[in-house]
Ligand binder design. Structure first.
Ligand code: ADP
Ligand code: MG
Length: 588
């Protein structure tokens, strides 16, 4: 066959195939358009799995009458004008392909009316608002059938009928209506979770299949989407104390919650729903040793990062992204989920490897069962109330009263609790204690220790830059510092919790540490500083502690509100339960 340029209609159908794979793709693109239009409420109606009809209505900004036909032209968009715009994209759409693609393979009717019409020049500002009727357009197979004025409420409604009527191959490939409806449900549920402030209704064959309130609370959406039983077993991903360049929010299931399939792992990158294998792997790793083999966790994870760090233009469906710093994103997700799950589910249990001769029930991973037991035990104790309330960041489970037994490797405190042996990391535990002490003090006035002899210190340019940038935060926490010419500074007071340290060395270390962490977000700089100060002030590993010192430390840890993790998110303790010990010794 000689090479020839395809007729536009054929080319359009081929191109449409990339964007519109099945009814759920149409719903996805239309929801994205509604969100981009600033809708507060989106209604999706689907009949016969989307083959017969899909109608997506929104109360967004609408399309001006003159632009309605243009919306259906290929590569016509109001969201981007030059390639550089991709670097700071704030809309979900940008390719200008969806409406053209949908129209190429179905019959589309769009009715739109712009909201809040602004008085045009020349019109008197007073008097009745100008009457702007809506516009209706109808296309079939990409050809315009009708265009005209039409009364309508503000917003846009797109109706898609006879999907793939002219692409028999695609039509054949569609699954049963119930299956296609299931895909649609999944799309709507995902966007409802990504946008809790938008009211979503999904009507499948005239039955309400999903309805969210639009009250802005993700937990309420989780209850609607996953059911109360599942939502109850999920905890909020707490925000990092330090200001991360990659912010991770959302909810993750307790280890007691797991599924045979991976489909309840949902990810949003800058509020875009993405299918990313590496993110799923990161979450799976966060649950390592906590879930039974072959089971998958449940999580809804929101990632926020500088749009310039993400390439969204990878695939026509825009559901794949590329991260500029993939390892950093992976680590951020894994850490955030791990921290939340560990602090909510209790201390990690010591995983004792299987040894011949020690009987272990089949399929019992030991540490996993221990976790479930621990969780049940805490719930009996009425501690469940401490679990995260809807909408709150992850809070932690209290620790039981512990009796100090001794110290191990000058690093870990050995303690006995109601359910076995606990090893407490002295440094991590002390960091947690100091951090909560500082936070409590920050609400009023932090105690500062005046130095009898002001200390003079010479800083590196990087340290001095941090000092200048964080001067306010440093002062609030108790540092009184004055310039002394060049990179030399004079230190008059330090936070009280650093009183046992060499003042100049402590400040120098803290500034160096902050310089290593990069540029902070102003809002979080106090907290980041607190974490750094605590790290410097906390008792180091390698120091021998007397029993009363250890008792005091454990006692203060028991009073912490999140005693199970240090401010960096590492566990403060691991546990070896009595049940595990019994098993190890063949007593079970
Ligand atoms: P894109 O979203 O990539 O810009 P689309 O083909 O999905 O491309 O839409 C083309 C244009 O039509 C959009 O840029 C937008 O201006 C307009 N549009 C589509 N749907 C809506 C809607 N629901 N409300 C307002 N404008 C819309
Ligand atoms: Mg679009």
């Amino acid at each position: 066959m000689p090479i020839q340029v395809l007729p536009p209609q054929v080319a359009a159908k081929i191109a449409a195939g990339e964007v519109v794979e099945r009814p759920a793709s149409v719903v996805k693109e239309s929801i994205e358009n509604a969100i981009d239009a600033g809708a507060r409420s989106i209604r999706i109606e689907v009949r016969d799995g989307g083959r017969r009809l899909m109608r997506i209505g929104d109360d967004g900004c609408g399309i001006p009458a003159g632009e309605v036909p243009l919306a259906f032209a290929r590569h016509a968009t109001s969201k981007l004008t030059q390639i550089e715009d991709l670097e700071h994209l704030t809309t979900l759409g940008f390719r200008g392909e969806a409406l053209a693609s949908i129209a190429a393979v179905s019959r589309v009717t769009l009715v739109s009316r712009v909201c809040d019409p602004k008085p045009t020049a020349g019109q008197p500002p007073s008097g009745a608002a100008p009457v702007t009727p809506g516009t209706q357009i109808q296309l079939e197979g990409g050809q315009q059938l009708a265009l005209g004025a039409q009364g309508a409420p503000p917003g846009t409604t797109v109706t898609i009928e006879n999907l793939f009527y002219n692409v028999p191959a695609r039509l054949k490939f569609l699954k049963a209506p119930a299956t296609e409806a299931g895909y649609v449900h999944r799309v709507v549920a995902a966007y409802a979770m990504a946008y809790p402030e938008i009211r979503f209704s999904l009507i499948l064959d005239q039955r309400v299949a999903l309805q969210t309130s639009g009250n802005g609370n993700l937990y309420d959406v989780l209850i609607e989407v996953m059911g109360l039983d599942t939502a109850r077993q999920m905890v909020a991903l707490g925000e990092e104390p330090a200001p991360p360049a990659i912010r991770v929010t959302g909810y993750a299931g307790l280890p007691s919650l797991h599924r045979a399939q991976r489909d309840q792992l949902v990810f949003f990158v800058n509020r875009r729903w993405v299918q990313e294998r590496s993110l799923a792997t990161a979450v799976a790793q966060a649950y390592q040793t906590l879930l039974p083999i072959g089971r998958h966790p449940v999580a809804v994870v929101n990632l926020f990062l500088d749009p310039a760090e993400v390439d969204v233009n990878v695939h026509p469906t825009k559901s794949e992204v590329k991260f500029r710093n993939q390892p950093a994103v992976f680590a951020a997700v894994q850490k955030a989920v791990r921290r939340c799950v560990v602090s909510a589910a209790g201390p990690p249990q010591v995983a004792i490897g299987f040894r011949p001769g020690v009987s272990q029930p089949a399929g019992d991973a030991g540490h996993f069962t221990g976790h479930a037991e621990e969780w049940r035990r805490l719930s009996q104790l009425g501690l469940e109330a401490q679990r995260t309330l809807p909408g709150e960041p992850g809070t932690a489970v209290a620790i039981p009263p512990l009796r100090v037994v001794g110290q191990l490797a000058q690093t870990y405190i050995i303690a006995e609790g109601p359910d076995g042996l606990y090893l407490v990391d002295q440094h991590a535990a002390h960091e947690r204690i100091l951090y909560e002490q500082l936070q409590a003090g920050a609400a009023s006035q932090l105690a500062a220790q005046q130095l009898l002899n002001p200390a003079t210190l010479e800083l590196s340019p990087a340290q001095a830059a941090v000092l200048e940038a964080e001067a306010g935060a440093l002062a609030r926490i108790g540092f009184d510092i004055e310039p002394f010419g060049g990179f030399t500074y004079r230190l008059r007071s330090i936070p009280e919790i650093l009183q046992d340290s060499d003042p100049a060395a402590a400040l120098s270390d803290i500034l160096a540490d902050l310089a290593d962490q990069g540029v902070p977000l102003a809002r979080r700089s106090d907290e980041r500083l607190m974490v750094t100060v605590c790290k410097r002030a906390a008792v180091k590993a390698g120091r021998t502690l007397a029993v009363p010192e250890m008792q005091a430390l454990i006692h203060r840890l028991e009073q912490c509100s999140a005693p199970r993790t240090c401010p960096h998110g590492r566990p403060t303790m691991v546990q070896l339960s009595t049940a595990q010990l019994a098993r190890e010794f063949g007593r079970a």
